[in-house]
Ligand binder design. Structure first.
Ligand SMILES: NC(=O)c1ccc[n+]([C@@H]2O[C@H](COP(=O)([O-])OP(=O)(O)OC[C@H]3O[C@@H](n4cnc5c(N)ncnc54)[C@H](OP(=O)(O)O)[C@@H]3O)[C@@H](O)[C@H]2O)c1
Length: 321
């Protein structure tokens, strides 16, 4: 299956290249970057020094079976048209096609596997929306929690992309706990659409490069026990290749921490229940560039192509990170 990456000079594009190059069923034939055209992949993404590929201009696109599109929001319409003409399947990583009214299937196989089978247009949800949704959906579907909840989201600096900004400058960002979006983040709408609940989200920039952690505070409709919550997660995620339930009662690593997920496609989910059973605190962690973007895209493509969803995505993360 011939694949291209459009926007390959960015952080998501670099991760797409890494995953596509290692995927046994995909052949990377083109990676575009305007700024870096003519440069070898390793000159921009040094983990890809082994890849014998140079960036090309997005003005000339090769015909491919699948194009992964990792562009900033609102790319020029003529480029989108060129992508649509060049590729049989398009997997979009930006926010422009996340509303199902666009006709794109939602690239979250855990919830939308059936609509992904044989899909030719796929849009991957936002990284924080993915983490929060995977933590919330089983609780909402089981009718355990009120449909109005709070999401405290933390994100690493790679979430803002490769383009330098004042807020991302190391002296400003390196040790920051900057609450950059206390209310109204666009991922609130994505969570609401996917889970059928109102999600009030606060986003904080934390001193990580990779990683998203969402801490959900959900009031329960009746007093619940740990077993009620565990049963809901187990029922929802039995057999899911990339969801791990992490709920240890002792030790250092009792709840999900994104540092151990770097580079992998896993989502770790854990939880605690208040003594009176009136609140569930659900924690999810993932790598924003993998399960929150490039890995979610490849997993969705695997589902669309009828391949095992794990194909090319087995890397488990590192410890110590
Ligand atoms: N970073 C994350 O954690 C994350 C997670 C989930 C989703 N996303 C979404 O994924 C998309 C890419 O994010 P990113 O973090 O990888 O951004 P990025 O690092 O800024 O990369 C964007 C890439 O697109 C290219 N580009 C920009 N404008 C273009 C245009 N008009 N025509 C052609 N190419 C253009 C860039 O420049 P060159 O062509 O000069 O190389 C670059 O290669 C965004 O929509 C973002 O919201 C990001």
């Amino acid at each position: 299956v011939k694949a291209s990456v459009i926007g390959a000079g960015g952080y998501v594009g670099g991760e797409l290249m890494r995953l596509v190059l290692a995927h046994p069923g995909l052949d990377l034939v083109q990676a575009t970057s305007r700024r870096h055209r003519g440069t070898a992949a390793g000159g921009v993404h040094p983990n890809l020094h082994h890849a014998g590929l140079r960036f090309t201009d997005p003005a000339r696109l090769e015909p491919v079976d699948v194009a992964f599109v990792a562009l900033p929001p609102g790319p020029p319409p003529e480029l989108r048209e060129r992508v649509d003409r060049a590729a049989r399947i398009v997997v979009d990583l930006g926010p422009d096609f996340r509303d199902p009214a666009t006709g794109y299937a939602t690239g979250l196989p855990e919830l939308y596997r059936e609509s992904l089978r044989r899909a030719s247009r796929i849009s991957v949800p936002g990284c924080m929306a993915t983490a929060a949704t995977l933590a919330v959906h089983p609780l909402a579907a089981a009718g355990l929690v009120e449909p109005d909840l709070v999401v405290d989201a933390r994100t690493g600096s790679s979430g803002a992309g490769a383009e330098p900004t004042a807020a991302g400058h190391h002296p400003e960002r390196g040790h920051a706990l900057r609450v950059y979006k206390p209310a109204g983040h666009r991922h609130e709408r994505e969570i609401a659409r996917m889970c059928g609940v109102r999600a009030r989200m606060t986003v904080t920039a934390v001193p990580l490069v990779r990683g998203v952690q969402t801490v959900v505070h959900a009031r329960t409709v009746r007093p619940v026990t740990r077993s009620d919550v565990m049963d809901a997660y187990r029922a929802a995620y039995a057999g899911e290749p990339f969801i791990r339930l992490v709920t240890r009662r002792s030790g250092v690593h009792r709840l999900p921490d994104p540092q151990f997920l770097s580079g992998g496609n896993f989502v770790d989910i854990g939880f605690a229940v208040d003594d009176d059973g009136r609140r569930v605190v659900a924690v999810a962690a993932l790598d924003n560039l993998v399960k929150g973007a490039a890995g979610g895209a490849v997993q969705s493509l695997n589902a669309a192509l009828g391949l095992p969803e794990r194909t090319g995505l087995e890397f488990p993360g590192l410890h110590p990170a």
